[in-house]
Ligand binder design. Structure first.
Ligand code: PLP
Length: 402
């Protein structure tokens, strides 16, 4: 496995202080120092351990169902006049890419001697992926979730409870994801010795962005092998992924970051329009700031208050973006686009009709930009289909009848 690959010579990975260019770092309160320090010092040692890699690989294969297929989407390709492949993370156990990260982190937690797992969740997808691996390993699991999200995402709350997790309502602030994250951090401060915090995306303090990117990098490791088999080259012309915090994109981009001829395309949630006041297009609207202990791009008011994000897709409405992506944006290594709610809905219906696949609302944002990219007919395009659409059925039904 390449999850522990040496990236010290790359401009696009972290430096030895945990920064991507001027983004990243670990701006943690003093009381959290020991927890973060332990992780910073141990995560690469654990990820490099052959026994860890063997266990990780075996679970990804037999429990998650990896490698996920790289599917040549023939009818979609005809429509957009390029060779379009879908990386089928939607076929993973629990229905999305998130489980790659939770499996890796629970194995790490065990090796650090932790007995208890905490996590934050917005839509509940990361909560379910965490509750799943805690059941698998017989570990106590507490998931923090905004009380508004608990109401909005009732089926995922039931799933977490059925899997044995305790779901705790975050009742402060806007009662959504960022408040749940604050509560999880508070819990971690109070339980520094026995608890591991499984953060769900490539954000937060160093080492989380790099650690999560590495655990998700199995996505691009597989794409390279599968493309070689199918096209004779490991390198596509484009890799396209949606961005909430940035973990599926980080995984899909990881082994291509230094291959400058591969164009990387990140798609943010444009909501009701980037300038409508209802979006989550962080790179377009954001300024540098600190959120969840990381220096990154962040949607904020003139005086630095975090702006409420909005997207039709619960997995994308985060007011920040992981520091790797802030750096990829600033250096121009990746192209950042946005898709509105309506564009994403149209792309989701189109994938159903052309390919018989109901995508997650998040993944539909990536698909929505196929119409805007200047493809040549021979271009090989990989779209990361980060998850399946079962969880979004109510949204799809509501808009179908409009
Ligand atoms: C959570 C989620 C996302 C967004 O998270 P990233 O960390 O940006 O990948 C995207 N797609 C699906 C299906 C999700 O569940």
């Amino acid at each position: 496995m390449d999850i522990a690959i040496d990236t010290s010579k790359s401009r696009y990975h972290i430096d030895k202080n945990g920064y991507y260019g001027r983004f990243g770092g670990a701006y943690v309160p003093e009381m959290l120092f020991p927890n973060v320090d332990e992780l910073q010092h141990k995560y690469m040692e654990v990820l490099s351990d052959p026994a860890f890699q063997q266990e990780f690989e075996a679970l990804l294969r037999d429990y998650v169902g990896r490698p996920s297929p790289l599917y040549f989407a023939k009818r979609l390709s005809e429509k957009y006049q390029a060779k379009i492949f879908l990386k089928r993370e939607d076929l993973n156990h629990t229905g999305a890419h998130k489980v790659n990260n939770t499996i890796g982190q629970i194995l790490l937690a065990k090796r650090l001697g932790k007995k208890r797992i905490i996590a934050e969740t917005g839509a509940g997808q990361h909560g379910v992926a965490t509750a799943t691996v805690c059941a698998l390993m017989g570990m106590e699991c507490v998931v923090y979730m905004g009380s508004i999200d608990i109401e909005r995402q009732a089926p995922n709350v039931s799933r977490m409870k059925m899997l044995g997790a305790t779901v705790v309502a975050a009742t402060s602030g806007s009662q959504t994801l960022k408040d749940a994250t604050n509560e999880a951090i508070r819990d971690w401060i109070n339980n520094p010795v026995d608890t591991h915090y499984i953060l769900g995306t490539a954000a937060g303090p160093h080492p989380y962005p790099d650690m999560v990117a590495r655990l998700q990098s199995v996505i691009s490791e597989e794409i390279r092998k599968q493309l070689l088999e199918k096209t004779g080259s490991e390198l596509p012309d484009y890799v396209v992924a949606c961005i909430g915090g940035g973990s599926n994109a980080a995984g899909a981009f990881f082994h291509y970051l230094d291959e400058e001829e591969v164009k990387l395309v990140a798609v943010e949630a444009g909501g009701k329009g980037v300038h409508s006041g209802h979006s989550a297009a962080t790179t377009q609207l954001g300024k540098i700031g600190i959120i969840h202990a990381s220096k990154t791009l962040l949607m904020q008011t003139e005086d630095g208050q975090i702006t409420e994000p909005y997207s039709i897709s619960a997995g994308l409405d985060y007011p920040g973006i992981g520091p790797m992506h802030a750096h990829l944006y600033e250096t121009g290594r990746a192209m950042f686009l946005d898709a509105t709610d309506d564009e994403a809905l149209a792309a989701a219906y189109e994938l159903c009709k052309l390919e018989g696949i109901i995508p997650a609302m998040e993944s539909a944002h990536a698909l929505a930009k196929l119409k805007d990219l200047p493809f040549n007919p021979d271009d090989v395009v990989v779209v990361c289909l980060s998850g399946r659409g079962d969880k979004d059925l109510n949204t799809y039904i509501r808009h179908m009848n409009k």
